[in-house]
Structures are given as C-alpha cells and as structure tokens.
Design a binder for this molecule. Sequence first.
Ligand code: 7TS
Length: 423
Amino acid sequence: MIRTNEIGAPPGLLKRAAMFDVQKIRQDFPILNQKVHGRPLIYLDNAATSQKPQAVIDTITRYYLEQNANIHRGVHYLSEWATRAYEESRLKAQRFLNATDAREIIFVRGATEAINLVAHSYGLKYITAGDEILISAIEHHSNIVPWQMLCQTTGAILRVAPMNDQGELLLDEYERLLGPRTKLVSLVHVSNALGSLNPIKAMVAMARRWNARVMVDGAQAAPHLAIDVQELDCDFYTFSGHKVFGPTGIGVLYGKREWLEQMPPYQGGGDMIISVSFEKTEYNHLPFKFEAGTPHIAGAIGLGAALDYVNQIGLDTIARYEHDLLAYATEAVAAIPGLRLIGTAREKAGVLGFVLDGVHAHDIGTVLDHAGIAIRAGHHCAMPVMKRLGVPATARASLAFYNTKEEIDALVQGIYKVKEMFD
Ligand code: 7TS
C-alpha cells in the first residue's frame, strides 16, 4: 500500500512532481495528436469521458490478442492468467481508494450501476416507509433517480440539501436536514456541472451522528484527487473507469465489508453462487456475491492499467497541475465581456461552466467544435442545478492533466469568435 507524507505525495514521486512535463504526457495519448475539422484537436470534454493512454490501449489489445478467457471457472492456462489479472486489478482499485480489504471492491459497469446497486440491495433491505434519504442540490441524475425510484417503492422521503449561487452546498442547511429519520445520505464528491468540491469528510461525520449510511459519488473526483475511503469514513464510494483514463463499461463500487456482507445480491446468475439447487441457492462470498455473470474482464484489466498510469504521475501532482490550469482558465475566461461563469465555488476541480449573453450553449459548442475544440453544452445530466441557477443550459470545458495553457488560450479565442458571430 502506498503511504503518503503530509503533503500527500509518496516520497518517490516528489521528484517527479517537479518534473511534470505536459508535452511528454501528451505523447502517451495518441488520440490527442489529430486534427478535427482541419484544426488540432483540443479536448476539453473530460468530465464526460477522458482519453486513454497508450498503456491502457496496449493492455486491452494484448488481452484480446493473447490472453482472452473467462475467469473463475477454467482450469486452463489462459483462464488462470485472466483470473489473476482481473483480481490484480481489484487490488489496484483497493489501493487507489485505500480500502482495507479487496473484498470491499466490487466491479460494476460504472458509477450509475454502483448507485443503483446500493439503492436496490441496501435500500430495499433497510429503507422503509417514512425513512429519509438525503441527497444534495448539485447531484448528477444518476444520484437522484435511483433514490426517487427507491422512495416510490418503499414510501421513503427524498430530502435535498440546498446550495448557494456559487454552487456550494449550505452546510448548516445540510446539518439541519439530518435527523433520526435519515437512513441514507448520498453525495457527490465533485459536481460534474459546476466543479464544486464538497467537504465530504465533514459531511460524513455529521451524518454519522445520526447513524446514517453515506454513499459518495466520486465519478468526477477520482480523475482529479487522491481518495482515501478510510479517511472519509464513507460506507460506499463509487467511480467510473472511463473518466479515470480507463475503458468504458467498467467501474468500482467500494462498500464497507460489514454492510456488503449483510446486503442481498443485486443480480442473480453465474459466479455469484456457491451452490444452486431448485430448492435453495447459497450465495458466494464477497466480492463475487455482487458480480453475477461474466464481467467486463478486459475492462477491469484495462482499468488496472489506467490506475497504474495515474499512480505513476501521482494524483497529488495531477491535482496541483490542474489547480493551476483551472485558475488560469478561470481568469482568462471570466475576463471575456458578456460571459458569466456558472459554478464559482471556492473549492473546485476540473470544470469550467459558463453562459454567454445572447448565445445558446449549443451554439457555443458548435462554433467551438469547428475550431477543433471539444466541450459539452447542455444540462450535463444535472437539470435541477440548471433550474436552481436559472439557466437552461451551460457550456462546459472540463480539464484533464494533459490539457495545456495554450489550449485554454485557444478556447478563449474560440469564445471571442462565437461572440463575433452572434453580435
Ligand atoms: N456521477 C457524476 C458526478 C457524473 O459526472 C457522472 C457522469 C455519473 C455519475 C455517471 O457516470 P457513468 O459513468 O455511470 O455514466 N457524468 C457525465 C458528464 O458530466 N457528462 O457526461 C457524463
């Protein structure tokens, strides 16, 4: 297990931090080296999905070229190899989150499936009519809808902790909404629409006073900051592989063992059983109880390669670099007349949302696309955030560690071009 010093970086990586060379890093991402509409690609849609380093692409290719087999069932060489590689990836995910036990790491399709798993499995067993589930005003739809569905089924009540105009949660209000009926709290770590970084550790501690379980949606945190589930003391944590430079279709659900042991399976099928008869089925041990059917083996192994890659650079190095880049981008973009930043929390990661006077966000996205610049425009699967801030949609540039100041300069130029066209 990698232990960190007081500034958070493993000692061996401190030297590498000083040596962070973004141009060198970019060479690891072949997709970045291409033209779109005749212009060099500037990829600023990392919150939707991030690009993959050659090491991940090679790992997946090699798996299908030389190593493909089903896991946990074969006695032959390839099956044993694939099983070992799949389980090694679980250990990598365990270290990535600093979980105490590999049995606490469940492979899922992504953050969406993880939240649905907890809502179904934990929710249907432990939540009853009149109980309260608390979420926040800045959640992605995937951390709203599964809880609404659970409330509809059980008669539980969904409560929502409000935010201020900057996109920061109001902690006093959050604390006031907690109470003896609060059975479960589910919070985003970093908002995908606003970039707000929530003080999760403090929020978990407040929920603990009422003995509520806490789930954290880390889909937008995992690519940007070091995560330690023991320090956060949350009960569940999830992230998606494709946002952390790994493949699509794979993600991780961390759950405290004491809860996972007590929770019923989410899906039934092969691999999640010890024995089956028509009278009775005995479920498998953790983590296999929650991994019915053939999983995304190549995805899990590719995710392991992605986590290795990220660890090699170091999440603290990444966080420092991106912090400077976001500050640079914020200042440059905010200076554009007629532009309003959406999401100005004091603690932010990775996301720059904005609206432009008299121009629809989709038009911004289209004009920038013709300049080779990929951003996202719309409600970002966070319609309640848009409603609360009184905007139909925003343009969103979202950063990764391979983005550069020159790309931000090009974004600013592109926005000026949008203004010219619509003035
Ligand atoms: N939670 C947050 C905070 C997210 O940003 C997303 C995806 C999800 C959950 C769902 O992740 P999935 O991998 O299961 O789909 N967010 C975005 C986005 O901002 N633009 O496209 C997808």
